[in-house]
Design a binder for this molecule. Sequence first.
Ligand code: MN
Length: 297
Amino acid sequence: MNKLGVHALVWEKGWSHDECARAIANTAKVGFDLIEIPALDPASIDADFTRKQLEQAGIGATSSLGLDADTDISSNDREKEKRGQARLEAAVAVARDFGATHVCGILESAFQKYAVPTTAEGVQRSVEVLQRVAEVAARSNITLGLEVVNRYESNVLNTASQAVEMCKRIGAPNVKVHLDVYHMNIEESDIGQAILETGDHLGYFHTGDSHRGYMGSGSIDLAGVFRAVVKSGYAGPITFESFSSRIVGQPLEGILGIWRNLWEDSHDLAAHALMYTKAQLKAAQEAQKQAERSRLL
Ligand code: MN
């Protein structure tokens, strides 16, 4: 069974003790299995406090981040690579300390709009750094998810097939593909086919809609997406990610282009996402049974 989660930015902008306690309590109250805690700045997270809040609420956690220009492991700049590896290892350490199972997001490059394409050397450097980080993560039973994002947020992994190839080159069992339906809607020719072709390499999944607001209120064929997810046999986490100018502040607001307010009420948004995801998964599971229920006697 897929564990269902929600991104902490649905609830809170930062991770002070008050923000952490509220985000975790609200996630549990709505009924999610886990919360995805952003670790863009791993040092800003009090891991012990976070772990205690998670235990108290009885939910699990994952963590996510994107590198920045100064820590870009795909830059082919040795100093940036070193800083990037240190940032990723710090994120893995803090995730381990608060009990996360996954560290995902844009781990393979900076999280930014690039002005030029990536290079073969840059990709190779990224592969080598991620091989080293994967070893560290494996010691804590943490899976790394390489997020495939649209062209305005990275120049390394824009399609699922590129991410599958990257995972093969890294060659570590705990490095998986992290797909996000919002990005797939921009870059893939066929979202369902891309999910199926990712197959066993899929290790983390972000849901949302075309404008990153309420699920089902945008233009993505989410029924088709969930049918592909179920058909693929994917059993890992499915996390709802949505951004509104009401919560997101700089620098994330600028990088993601969150100019519009797509919702006011975090609780209503999250409760709807959980209900919607459960309904889609159930419908897709029932659709899978259609063949066996249609035999001619
Ligand atoms: Mn995402």
